[in-house]
Write a protein that binds this ligand. Structure first.
Ligand code: NAP
Length: 299
């Protein structure tokens, strides 16, 4: 007789994010009482990309809900390299701004690296500055990029053991896969990590041996049912728009995994939306509070 299958436990990023935000709000109130001003996030938004606009609005709203201030510098899509640098420098110089976020992608992606490197590392709450990344690699205090930090929180707060586990990460970008590989492989996480990419031969051979499988690719259905070991924890980072005429916007969001097919196979799984996404914004708030506390401790 077949054993009845139970669906995977849902790793509810919204609920975990709500719990973290309660802690951030308490820390923000404490900071404001000590500093006489709220901790604050400075945002540079260039151009009128609708997805970027809505990400920035979401981040500013989340700041307000947790008692953090935000200051937005919006520039037209035609802004020159020196205009964008001037905006970053203005936020660097503003003593009431603790963290700086440059919303990516910029209309001209060739500017991005130099703009990121212009951010004061003490305010680099996205953790993309090479100094922050180098410190992460060296195991020194730094700002950890928000998405991998959020994934670590999901695992920790869901009681999913990482020590000795085989974690397979598909996608090696410097904002998700690569920093996550460092966080998972170092102490105290102590996982054994395999980092996969487009040149990985026989991807399924690796994914099938994962206790923890993370998909950070940006392509729907990259991870199908035959690629997952029964009982694995599956973290879906992907956010992909696929056409859906039944939706008011004409599209819906899906991740990188075949979610319905994996539900009866995995032991725990993150949905899209409502999994990693809410944690990313929440860790930005947490990093902004961290920056504020560090800056007042080391003015
Ligand atoms: P990215 O910079 O485009 O990197 C994608 C990675 O996936 C690359 O390393 C690429 O390999 C690898 N890849 C692509 N196709 C593959 C395949 N068929 N097999 C194996 N590896 C493959 O993307 P990203 O910025 O990391 O973002 C990935 C996804 O996560 C996107 O959907 C993005 O929207 C989403 N995301 C979500 C959040 C959130 O908060 N939920 C945050 C950040 C990103 P190569 O290096 O060989 O090209």
């Amino acid at each position: 007789m077949d054993t009845p299958r139970t669906d995977a436990r849902l790793l509810d990023g919204k609920a975990i994010a709500a719990a973290v935000r309660v802690e951030v709000a308490a820390g923000a109130a404490d900071f404001a009482a000590r500093a006489g001003r709220p901790a604050s996030l400075g945002v540079v938004l260039v151009g009128d990309n609708s997805a970027s606009r809505s990400y920035v609005t979401g981040k500013e709203k989340a700041c307000a809900e947790c008692g953090l201030a935000s200051r937005e510098l919006a520039l037209p899509a035609t802004a020159s390299f020196s205009d964008v640098l001037a905006a970053v420098h203005a936020l660097n110089a503003d003593p009431a701004v603790d963290g700086i976020l440059v919303q990516l992608p910029l209309p001209d992606p060739r500017m991005e690296q130099a703009v990121i490197e212009a951010i004061d590392p003490a305010k680099d709450v996205d953790g993309f500055h090479p100094l922050s990344m180098g410190r992460l690699l060296a195991g020194l205090p730094t700002f950890v990029p928000c998405t991998p930090l959020g994934i670590m929180e999901i695992l920790a707060r869901s009681g999913i053991p990482t020590r000795g586990a085989h974690a397979v990460i598909v996608g090696r970008s410097h904002i998700v896969g690569r920093p996550l590989s460092i966080l998972l492989s170092r102490k105290p996480a102590d996982a054994t990590v395999t980092l996969c990419h487009t040149a990985t031969r026989d991807l399924a051979d690796f994914t099938r041996s994962a206790d923890i499988l993370v998909a950070a690719v940006g392509r729907p259905l990259t991870i199908t049912a035959d690629m997952v070991r029964p009982g694995a924890t599956v973290i879906d980072v992907g956010v992909n728009r696929i056409p859906d005429p039944s939706r008011p916007r004409g599209y819906r969001l899906v991740g990188d995994i075949d979610y319905p097919a994996l539900l009866p196979i995995a032991s725990a799984i993150t949905p899209v939306p409502g999994g990693v996404g809410p944690m990313t914004i929440t860790m930005l708030l947490s990093n902004t509070l961290l920056a504020a506390n560090r800056r007042t401790a080391n003015p």
